[in-house]
Design a protein around this ligand. Structure first.
Ligand SMILES: [Zn+2]
Length: 54
């Protein structure tokens, strides 16, 4: 196991057009966005719209 916290938890936001870095403090390290409310919702909404276009 890797020690909790620190540089190994550094992530870059997965949202399109967002380059924010953040520290993933979630227990399983699965966080993808600097802000799940802003970037997470935006990305999910974009994916939803993309699916509906097909
Ligand atoms: Zn972001």
């Amino acid at each position: 196991m890797i020690a909790e916290g620190g540089a190994d938890r550094m992530r870059v936001c997965d949202a399109e057009g967002c380059q924010n870095a953040f520290v993933d403090l979630s227990r399983n390290g699965s966080r993808r966005f600097c802000s799940s409310r802003a970037c997470g919702n935006r990305t999910h909404a974009a994916a939803y719209r993309a699916r509906r276009r097909e």
